[in-house]
Design a protein around this ligand. Structure first.
Ligand SMILES: Cc1ncc(COP(=O)(O)O)c(C=O)c1O
Length: 352
């Protein structure tokens, strides 16, 4: 059970005392709407969404739909412009610039450090071990009153593996601050989401996104699932109309096609396993890391040069040898079946 009954003391004082902006659509949604300086003559393009009107500030319909999908309630759900918005908001809510720090476990997703830097917040690092797993005891030893947020990523980007649930749970229980578990790739993993334990841990924030399993990176929609207390701070600090109507509509439509979403996840997982099997047989590939996500990290001699040679042939992969712990490594996203064949064929040509 969480050591926190109240996360208020962790919140920056100016945020605790903030009176949020009350937007026109918070006040009134119906009637002769002459209150928000919208264009009363309408949008110049055809639509059934009343695009000349501001969107819902609270996005209740969408948040309720996501809540139902993840077995929580609307008050547990924040929706933002990608999960990147949630990362930034959490740092702004909990970390005092020029004083506090976040704690990350490299190699991991780069936006945690970038958002911290933008907010003039320090970054403490406790690297993952040789199996890309967090060492809970080392992390706890490194944490103090300055490390306000621990960012864990499971499955981890760029390594692809799930973090061990026992270590993650130990950290949620004992870390003296907020624990964010970024589950951007959870639906490719077959593991149950940590949203299931959100009601028990008021310091836990689970990040999810529509950019991966839902195949909707273009609409920029992410969610944070957490205690109502943290969600209400996020709602208070976000821009009044952060999500637009087209994004909300696309996401609601996607839920009507959930069988297709699931079918695509299965196809991607099958293709991932095929790619792993093939990469393991490629010459000079030293290691193919197991993956619970829609990408694969592999270690190969002259990784940077191989990336360049692939790019010269029109195939773009990500060099990840620049990150501590993943030297000489390339991350490749699982493509369409014919794209995967083309990638493998080209790689083998380069290596022969
Ligand atoms: C681990 C992880 N978290 C978050 C994101 C960003 O997601 P979004 O598109 O929702 O901002 C990514 C994108 O690659 C990611 O890899």
């Amino acid at each position: 059970m969480s050591k926190f009954t109240d996360i208020d003391p962790l919140v920056r004082e100016n945020i605790r005392n903030l009176t949020p902006y009350r937007s026109a659509r918070d006040e009134q949604k119906e009637g002769l709407l002459l209150d928000a300086n919208e264009n009363s003559l309408g949008a110049p393009i055809r639509n059934d969404l009343e695009l000349h009107r501001y969107p819902s500030p609270g996005q209740e319909e969408l948040r309720k739909k996501i809540a139902g999908f993840r077995n929580v309630v609307t008050e547990n759900v924040f929706t933002g412009v990608g999960s990147d918005e949630a990362i930034d908001l959490l740092i702004r809510i909990f970390c005092e610039p020029a004083r506090d720090e976040i704690l990350i476990t490299p190699p991991t997703y780069g936006m945690y450090s970038v958002s911290a830097a933008v907010n003039n917040v320090g970054v403490r690092q406790v690297p993952l071990d040789e199996n890309f797993q967090p060492d809970a005891d080392r992390i706890l030893k490194s944490a103090d009153e300055k490390t306000r947020i621990l960012f864990l990523c499971s499955p981890n980007n760029p390594t692809g593996n799930l973090l061990k649930r026992v270590e993650v749970m130990k950290l949620i229980e004992l870390f003296p601050g907020i624990v964010v578990v970024d589950e951007a790739y959870i639906d490719f993993s077959g593991q149950e989401s940590l949203t299931a334990v959100v009601p028990q841990y008021s310091n836990l924030v689970v990040l999810q996104t529509f950019s991966k399993a839902f195949g909707l990176a273009g609409i920029r929609l992410g969610s944070a699932i957490s205690s109502p207390q943290i969600i209400s701070y996020m709602m208070k600090v976000k821009a009044p109309y952060n999500l637009n109507k087209l994004t909300a509509r696309a996401a609601l439509d996607a839920f009507k096609e959930i069988d297709l979403v699931k079918f695509n996840i299965e196809t991607i997982c099958q293709e991932r396993d095929y790619l792993i099997e093939q990469l393991e047989q490629a010459p000079t590939v030293e290691k193919v890391y197991p993956s619970d996500a829609n990408y694969i990290l592999f270690k190969i001699r002259n990784a940077e040069s191989i990336c360049r040679q692939l790019a010269d042939r029109g195939i773009i992969v990500r060099y990840r040898g620049d990150l501590p712990g993943s030297e000489e490594s390339i991350r490749v996203t699982v493509g369409m079946p014919d794209e995967n064949v083309r990638f493998l064929k080209t790689l083998k040509e380069i290596l022969s």
